[in-house]
Design a protein around this ligand. Structure first.
Ligand code: NAD
Ligand code: UDP
Length: 343
């Protein structure tokens, strides 16, 4: 996936001229729930540029209209403002089911709603897939491994989640969403795909998203203190958005129907990551240590053997290259909007 320049700041003619005229026999009708969010909007760009018909369904809880507004008047694009917890009738060939807040402050804002989105929302989409015989892909998460006792994490690891902790609404919601995918596959013959996505970053992350990459980049660009939660010894492995989009596409279009980790194994401690972002941005920021958040996983790194073997997929963009593009994007956002204080 070659991302159109940086960000929302896309020149419309270049996009509108970019799509090939797919013959009717190859053109698919594709539903993307959560398509106005960070990941969903990039996936929309890829599928639109391939020449498919795309329906974005979103309730705009964390998504932004401007993420997809460059497609708004395109004849192959449709935006449906709808909440996945309510059933919907549509006719499509494929469903990419992304709808769910992904950042800890957002999914913890209303835990019951997050649970409803993952449970009722996924049942609704599976019911739709069953009725219209569509293939359906769920964006699950590395969070289903909880605070992992196995490192790096292969898909065969069952995880270590605190069922009553603050992250449980998201983690357990996704775990039961996976369970439902395989119940519908086994009992109803629904063709399913499950991606377990590891930390992903890039342009169009919401500036107030609260995730570590957007926070550290925005703080660095404004020479404000970088907020490290805890002692910063916890690790994460960061993947650039274009690699994820290519991985989701390969998974949907391949024949493998068991869960697949999609992530970049480049692993950093949060403390080293803060220093790295400061260095790349040439920032004068200090680093400040804040209290740790409850149940924050201490380590995380994907084992991507399955994706390599089954999809022929592996990340192509280094963290450094991805950060440079993301920094360019947030510099532009700051130029347009003035000061941003990340939540
Ligand atoms: P995001 O918050 O930017 O996007 C989520 C989208 O879903 C938003 O547009 C939001 O408005 C929409 N949404 C939320 N609840 C909804 C509902 N009830 N009905 C309809 N729409 C709803 O997050 P993202 O980073 O783009 O994540 C997309 C998917 O990928 C999520 O399922 C998330 O769990 C998964 N994921 C993301 C990451 C990551 O690092 N970005 C990691 C693991 C998994
Ligand atoms: N984090 C941090 N400072 C921030 C935001 C996040 O130190 O301003 C830490 C957070 O505690 C976690 C890691 O960075 O250990 C990744 O957090 P993020 O919210 O991006 O994603 P998570 O992997 O926790 O879902």
């Amino acid at each position: 996936y070659d991302m159109p320049t940086t960000s929302h700041f896309i020149s419309l003619p270049s996009l509108f001229n970019a799509q090939p005229n797919l013959p009717d026999s190859k053109r698919k009708k594709i539903l993307i729930t959560g398509g106005a969010g960070f990941v969903g909007s990039h996936l929309t760009d890829k599928l639109m540029m391939e020449g498919h018909e795309v329906i974005v369904l979103d309730n705009f809880f964390t998504g932004q209209r401007k993420n997809v507004e460059h497609w708004m008047h395109h004849p192959r694009f449709q935006l449906v403002v709808h909440d996945v917890t309510e059933p919907i009738m549509l006719e499509v060939d494929e469903i990419y089911h992304l709808a769910c807040p992904a950042s800890p402050p957002h999914y913890q804002y209303n835990p019951v709603k997050t649970i409803k989105t993952s449970t009722m929302g996924t049942i609704n989409m599976l019911g739709l897939a069953k009725r219209i015989k569509a293939k359906i892909l769920l964006t699950s998460t590395s969070e289903i491994y909880g605070d992992p006792q196995v490192h790096p994490q292969p898909e065969s690891y069952w995880g270590n989640v605190n069922t009553i902790g603050p992250r449980a609404c998201y983690d357990e919601g996704k775990r039961v969403a996976e369970t439902m995918m395989y119940a519908y596959r086994n009992n109803n013959g629904v063709d399913v795909r499950v991606a377990r996505i590891f930390n992903t970053f890039g342009p169009r992350m919401h500036p107030n998203d609260g995730r570590v990459v957007s926070n550290f980049v925005i703080q660095s660009l404004q020479d404000k203190p970088l907020t490290i939660y805890g002692d910063g010894s916890q690790t994460r492995s960061f993947q650039y958005i274009s690699d994820l989009v290519d991985g989701l596409h390969a998974l949907m279009n391949g024949g493998y129907d068991m869960p697949v980790n999609l992530g970049n194994p480049e692993e950093y401690t949060v403390k080293d990551f803060a220093e790295y972002i400061k260095e790349i941005t040439g920032s004068a920021s200090e680093v400040s240590f804040l209290p740790a958040t409850k149940d924050d996983p201490t380590q995380r790194k994907p084992d991507i053997t399955t994706a390599k073997r089954e999809l022929g997929w592996e990340p192509r963009v280094t963290v450094k290259e991805g950060l440079q593009k993301t920094i360019a994007y947030f510099s532009r956002v700051l130029e347009e909007s003035g000061e941003i204080i990340p939540t």
